[in-house]
Design a protein around this ligand. Structure first.
Ligand code: NAD
Length: 410
């Protein structure tokens, strides 16, 4: 079983070799500035008081306040939270936003909880960690099984503790609580901007470019729709139950409407049902895993026939699969760049809160495009100049900026 924290440190050491980093810098970045474990009571609907365990990891604030989501899941553990917070340090640096890396979690199965219980857990968790969060310290956000509504509860609870409403202490809040227009589309749209940059550099003609998207949730839906609207041929899509294919291209909104009214993609006129594994193995130009982690593994990496993989999900390609894909010449655009639109727009939300502004969707999207274009540029140039993979180039760019910031921060 992979230990995510061990993996994250091994990755750092690999980058350190490329960047020729001194051992003391590697040692410093291998550990977290702070790791907090909390235990807190919550009164459940039946009147019983239950104890919960939560964590908040703060990896590095060399470039700005810690930033990272809070996940609610029965599988939350220290190693995962530490690794995710280190990856956030690199992701914020790659996205060129002035944040460091953090991550939090609570061990809880949200499917077993009522809305009132989830509110109680959200409020109790923020009470337990409030001393280390704040607009200039650590700015959480949603992650797996946490929602804008929960961020609103946390912001409200934090206000009770500090005596004033401080919206910039958390992002992805509902609009009426200081959230930003366009956060819903942000990750998928950011991925689409990455795709546009790739097409331009690699001279892909959208009309001739076949795309397959696994996962039509928040992220997958928006990237598939923006790609379709820009003329790319999205020939296959999938949710967790069915994948469908049409070589002429699928109209994304028609497919989503069909699923809404029929309960699934199965039976959609003009589309053939295929398995999820068949979708991954289609001979497309761009394969977009946008569902969940570890879907391309050593088991199926050799079946991949796509020229490019755009990692919209977090960690969809395992380390072993990555090595196979590199050998086979498949170019993987890593998650830390591909899905950085989400955290970038979270930064815009924090910025608008800090400056008492309310941005329009147009402003959000145009600022997002600028950030993505410049991040892509830096990574693509590094990759070309140093003949390394996209993933190594992204990490090298991200880690070197953190190391630079550490120089003034010893
Ligand atoms: P979501 O829950 O809205 O959608 C997930 C989709 O994937 C659903 O359509 C589901 O049916 C499908 N799915 C699940 N398992 C599948 C499987 N094995 N095969 C095919 N389809 C499957 O989630 P989301 O917010 O769209 O997030 C998707 C991924 O993107 C996750 O890895 C998440 O960590 C990552 N991500 C999300 C954001 C964001 O802003 N939402 C930001 C960065 C990264």
């Amino acid at each position: 079983m992979n230990d995510p924290y061990v993996t994250s440190v091994a990755q750092l050491k690999k980058i350190a070799e490329i960047l020729k980093l001194p051992a003391d810098v590697v040692e410093r970045l291998s550990v977290h500035d702070k790791f907090l474990e909390v235990h807190f009571p919550v009164t459940m609907d039946n009147g019983a008081v239950r104890m919960f365990t939560g964590y908040r990891a703060q990896h590095s604030n060399a470039r700005g306040p810690y930033k990272g989501g809070i996940r609610f899941s029965p599988f939350v553990n220290q190693s995962e939270i530490r690794a995710l917070s280190m990856w956030m340090t690199w992701k914020c640096s790659i996205a060129d936003i002035p944040f460091g890396g953090g991550k939090g979690g609570v061990i809880v199965d949200t499917k077993q909880c009522s809305s009132a219980e989830l509110e109680g857990i959200s409020r109790a968790y923020i009470r337990a960690i409030h001393a280390i969060v704040g607009p200039d310290k650590d700015v959480p956000a949603p992650d797996m099984y946490t929602t804008p509504e929960m961020m609103g509860w946390m912001a409200d609870e934090y206000a009770k503790i500090v005596g004033e409403y401080t919206p910039a202490m958390i992002t992805a809040k509902p609009i009426e609580k200081g959230g930003i227009e366009g956060r819903t589309e942000a990750t998928g749209l950011g991925g689409f901007y990455v795709l546009q940059n790739l097409a331009e550099r690699e001279r892909l003609d959208p009309k001739q470019t076949k795309v397959a998207v696994q996962g039509i949730g928040n992220v997958g839906y928006y990237i598939a729709r923006y790609a379709h609207d820009a003329g790319y041929r999205v020939i296959a899509i999938a949710d967790s139950r069915h994948a469908i294919k049409n070589d002429q291209g699928i109209d994304i909104d028609t497919a989503v409407e069909f699923k809404k009214s029929h309960g699934s993609f199965e039976g959609m006129p003009g589309a053939t049902v295929i398995s999820n594994n068949e979708l991954l193995a289609l001979p497309v130009d761009v394969l977009i895993p946008a569902a969940t982690e570890n879907v391309i593994t050593s088991e199926n990496a050799e079946t991949i026939r796509a020229k490019y993989i755009l990692e919209m999900a977090n960690g969809p390609v395992t380390d072993e699969a990555d090595a196979v894909l590199e050998r086979e010449g498949v170019v993987v655009i890593p998650d830390v760049l591909a899905n950085s639109g989400g955290v970038t727009v979270s930064y815009f939300e924090w910025y608008q809160n800090m400056h008492r502004e309310q941005w329009t969707k147009e402003k959000t999207f145009s600022e997002l495009k600028k950030k993505i274009d410049s991040a892509f540029d830096a990574i693509y140039s590094y990759k070309k100049e140093n003949s390394v993979s996209f993933r190594m180039a992204a990490y090298a760019v991200g880690v070197s900026k953190v190391v630079e910031a550490l120089k003034n921060n010893s």
